[in-house]
Design a protein around this ligand. Sequence first.
Ligand code: FEO
Length: 408
Amino acid sequence: MKADAIKITEGVYWVGILDWDLRDYHGYTLEGTTYNCYLVFGKEKTALIDNTYPGTSPQLWGRIYDAFKQEGKEEVKIDVIIQNHIEIDHSGCITEFTNKFPDLKLYCSTKAVAGLKNHLPALADFEMNPVKTGDTVDLGGKTFTFLEAPMLHWPDSMFTLLGEDGILFSNDAFSQHICSSYRYDNEISEDFLLQHAQKFYANLVTPSSPLVLRKLDEVVNLGLLEQIKMIAPSHGQIWTDPLKIINKYQDWASGKCKDKVTFIYDTMHYSTKKMAHAMIEGLISEGIEVKAYFLHTDGRSDVVTDVLDSKAIFVGSPTMMNNPFPSLGDIIYYLTSLSFKKTGYQKKAIVFGSKGWGGGATKKLTTDLEGAGFEVIGQHDLTFIPTADDLDKCYDIGKEIAKQLKNE
Ligand code: FEO
C-alpha cells in the first residue's frame, strides 16, 4: 500500500504503523495505537529499528519504499535491523526482512536472542548479534550506541541512541497508546498526551519503578542526558522535549502523588454507591481531587492510571454470598500484580460497603488490599439501605480522611 515516511531529521525517518482500530490490548483499553519503526540511512548502510505486529506490515513497507524514494535511492536494501524488544508488536514481521535481505545483520540484547527464536521459530538458524551497554554500530556517519534496559519493560528490552542526532529510540519506555495523525508531542494537547503517557506507565511499567530510577541515574551518570535531543518511543508521539517525559517518569517511579483519591466501587441496589457519593462530597469539601470508577462499566486500565498518582483509594462493594462483588476480584488481582508499593510510597486504602446480614465484603477487601501492598486505614459497613444519618457519617469519613491525606 502507499503510505508516506515522515522525515525526522537528515537520514532519519518514521516508518511506523497507524493502527486506528485497536480497542483492547491484552486488557488495556485504548482508541488505537501506533507501532513506531524508524529507518536510518548512513553513508554505507541502512538500518530499520523495530518492526510491527503480524499482518500490519503493508503500511511499513509502503513507508519504507517512500523513505528510499525521498532519499533518492532506487534500490531498497536494508542492511541492519535493530530489535530493541522481542514482544510481537515490535518483532512480528521480522522474517519478512530476513527473507528479503538474508545478509542483513540483526542486533539485539543477549536476552532477546532466545526470545526471538522462541517467538519466531523461522529464525531458529538465523545468526543474531547480541549487544550490551556501550556497544556501538556505525552505519557511516550514523552511529548507534546501545543501552540495556532490562524490565523496562521485559528482560530483553534495550534502548538505542543515535549519537550524531541525539535521538533515543526507547521502544516501549516513554510510549503512549495513542493513534493520531500527528507524530510529535507538541502537535497534540499536552494534557491528553501526558494522560496517555501516565496510563502507559501505570499499566506496563509500575512494577519496574525501582529499575526506572536506577536507569535514569545511569543515563545521567553516563552523560547521556545532555546528548538526548529527542525520544522516539515505539508507541505514540515522539518527544521533542525529552525532559518533559523524563521528569514525569522520575515522579511516577518515585511515588510522587497529588492530594488525590481514586474511588473504585460496585453496587447492587445503590446503597454502596450512595455511600461512595457521600464520602466523595466529604473529600472534595477539603479540596481533594477525586476520580471515581464504577465497575459496572469502567475498566481496570483506566482505574490504575489514576491510582498511580493518588495518595489513597476508596474501595467499595456490597456483600454478595459473604464476599465482594466479582468485579472487585478483577481489580484486586490487577492492583496486586502492579505492586504500587514498589514506587516507594505506601498508598492508603479505605474499604466500605452495604451488607444484608452476615457481611464479609469489607473484611475480604481489607485482607486482599493489604496483600496488594496498601495500608488499610478504614473499614465501613452498613446494613441494607443507608439512612440520612449514615450518609452524613460517610461525608464525615471523607472529610476526616481528606485532612489526614493533606497532612502527609
Ligand atoms: Fe509494545 Fe512490550 O510491546
